[in-house]
Design a protein around this ligand. Structure first.
Ligand SMILES: Cc1cc2nc3c(=O)[nH]c(=O)nc-3n(C[C@H](O)[C@H](O)[C@H](O)COP(=O)(O)O)c2cc1C
Ligand code: SF4
Length: 426
């Protein structure tokens, strides 16, 4: 069931060390990379249909083509290692177990876009991983893999890699807020232009990609796009690091080809539900996406198109499993507290809406709720859609709105009974 592309070296002891990594194939893609032109590299990635693994699922090849060519300004690659989405802990595995794969991916991607400086923006809480990355980067400099040339002069291409630690704000995972933060400013998302274009770092062209996206590139370069499209489905080729969390017997990160049934993954790799409990719901891609009921989860297929078809999304691949004992009112309260705290506050619907829903749910869980609150929460969710600078607010509407609609009976029972009611008691 597992397909190892990015996680190939995860089980090898001390694979984070250069010597061990190189014995196991690290930097193997560079031989072919140096025979290719930058344009050929982008074409290869384009044909692989590699999608961004940070949550949005944007195709990587077309995105790289937004970078201007023959532009005198320096260009930048910014690797998004903010990994703040609840239920998401896959990039951590890459940086912990195979930092040299990430460096190799940065080399391939920088070469493709004529970039000579790459930043890895890592969440502040991942201090030990920032240290691990810096050690690996130091090793790569000392071995002549990066620096003034690549692979000790095998390619006359200068590349520097710098790790930058964030300071604990969820919103700094949003690419434009991340760049603001990297520029030394408050991490506020920027207004987006109507036309698609690259990002801008101090007015210079930049591309932001997730850790796992970049770590997927060496396999594509080494094996050609067919080496990637042979896995997964026609429209969602390749693999993704799926994270399972919650009351399953074996939570963890598993690399899977797209197209598997969610329930099979939960029951086999996940080992099924703990203590023989019944599955109640799954939030499939970190918490910023619509929840699935048990029936929906039992039929769900883990690829982008299948998830969109059932009104949700694959997001970050972080599956949050919920069992029959959970009270969905309290699940919603827990989630809205997070969003209320993390809203950057620039947009009124988001700043006020997250606080308002938090207050209503506080009333409900403190026996002060009324039945009309259910409709009010849905109404507030409607004000969050399409009216804000970034998609943080629509994501709140997705998850909170879907919980309220799909588990309305639990909200009613809670309000009328004044206490948590699990689905068993309804
Ligand atoms: C509120 C918010 C938080 C985000 N957090 C992350 C994150 O922690 N890591 C990440 O890679 N992308 C995150 N994203 C998505 C990024 O904005 C961006 O789309 C992504 O880094 C692009 O890389 P990819 O195309 O390789 O996925 C977030 C987006 C939003 C709206
Ligand atoms: S939607 Fe929320 S998080 Fe995003 S910019 Fe507006 S206030 Fe900030």
């Amino acid at each position: 069931m597992i397909t190892k592309i990015v996680s190939k070296k995860f089980d090898i002891p001390e694979s984070y060390k250069l010597e061990v990594a190189q014995k196991n194939g690290a930097y193997g893609s560079l031989k072919r990379l140096f025979t290719m032109t930058p344009d050929e590299v982008i074409t290869e990635v384009d044909k692989s249909k590699l999608r961004g693994k940070g949550g949005g699922g944007a195709l990587c090849g077309p995105k790289w083509r937004y970078m201007p060519t023959n532009d005198p300004r320096p260009a930048y690659l910014i690797v998004n290692a903010d990994e703040s989405e609840p239920g998401t802990f896959k990039d951590r595995e890459v940086m912990d177990k195979d930092p040299h794969l990430l460096i190799e991916g940065i080399i391939c991607s920088s070469y493709a876009m004529n970039i000579h400086t790459a930043y890895i923006y890592i969440r502040g809480e991942y201090k030990w991983l920032a240290d691990r990355l810096n050690t690996a980067i130091d090793e790569a400099y000392e071995a002549g893999i990066i620096g003034e040339t690549l692979m000790n002069g095998a390619c006359d291409f200068k590349l520097d890699i710098v790790v930058h630690r964030g300071a604990g704000a969820y919103i700094c995972g949003e690419k434009s807020a991340l760049i603001e933060s990297l520029e030394g400013k408050r991490g506020h998302p920027r207004l987006k232009p109507h036309q698609k274009e690259c990002e801008w770092y101090f007015g210079n062209p930049a591309t932001v990609n997730n850790v796992e996206t970049i770590a997927s590139v060496p396999h594509i370069i080494e094996n050609g796009y067919e080496g990637y499209t042979q896995y997964g489905t026609e429209k969602s080729p390749g693999t993704m690091l799926f994270a399972l969390s919650g009351p399953v017997k074996n939570p963890g990160v598993y690399e899977l080809a797209y197209g598997l049934k969610m329930i099979d993954v939960i029951n086999t790799l996940g080992g099924g539900m703990k203590e023989g409990k019944k599955l109640k719901a799954v939030i499939p891609g970190g918490v910023s996406c619509p929840i699935l009921t048990r029936e929906e989860a039992e039929n769900a297929v883990l690829d982008y198109e299948s998830m969109w078809d059932i009104g949700s999304t694959l997001g970050t691949g972080g599956m949050v499993i919920i069992d029959e004992d959970a009270c969905m009112v309290e699940v919603a309260k827990n989630i809205i507290e997070f969003y209320h705290h993390e809203s950057c506050g620039q947009c009124t619907p988001c700043r006020e809406g997250t606080g308002w829903i938090d207050k209503i749910l506080h009333d409900v869980v403190t026996q002060q709720g009324k039945l009309s609150d259910i409709q009010t929460i849905s109404d507030v969710c409607n004000t969050l859609n399409g009216k804000t600078i970034c998609v943080f607010a629509p994501a709140v509407a997705d998850i909170i709105g879907s919980i309220v609609v799909k588990f309305k009976d639990e909200f009613e029972a809670y309000i009328l009974g004044g206490q948590a009611i699990s689905s068993k008691e309804l």
